[in-house]
Design a protein around this ligand. Structure first.
Ligand code: DQA
Length: 146
């Protein structure tokens, strides 16, 4: 495989499909990962997925990714808005990370308008539901190919 990409999802995203479907859509996380894996395979890319509700597990996954991944697609969930530890772990990973959100956080509550991780990410995709992940995958493969 040409590229190895970690798809990393943070807290509460295990409940996708059941949790606030009017905001996050009806697809489950398994549906999204299955679609990404199929798209990636066609692009000669392998995806590994991890979801955790625990900040430390997400930090460990970013550290571990240093050893094998070429890039990370990361939806940190609510940690986006306050976890300096995750921001530092993104920097420590030395990998291109695409911050990805299902919802348009800027159209929601004010506390969601600020991301502490955006400035250390390669780019940000948000507001397109499952398609945010698809767009992030396409963009990061283009980045790795370039
Ligand atoms: C989210 C947006 C966050 O504000 C929220 O806490 C989430 C999901 C999104 O994908 O839209 O858990 O990251």
């Amino acid at each position: 495989m040409a590229h190895q990409i970690l798809v990393l999802n943070g807290p509460n995203l295990n409940l996708l499909g059941a949790r606030e479907p009017e905001i996050y859509g009806s697809d489950t996380l398994d549906d999204i990962v299955a679609e990404l894996s199929a798209l990636a395979r066609n692009r000669n890319t392998e995806i590994r997925h991890l979801q955790s509700n625990h900040e430390g597990a997400l930090i460990d996954a970013l550290h571990d990714a240093r050893g094998w991944a070429d890039a990370v697609i990361f939806n940190p969930g609510a940690f986006t808005h306050y976890s300096i530890a995750l921001r530092d772990a993104i920097v420590a990973s030395e990998l291109p990370v695409v911050e990805t959100h299902l919802s348009n956080v800027h159209a929601r509550e004010e506390f969601r308008h600020h991301s502490v991780v955006s400035a250390v990410c390669l780019g940000v995709v948000l507001g397109f539901g499952k398609r945010s992940y698809v767009a992030a995958l396409d963009a990061v493969i283009h980045h790795l190919d370039a």
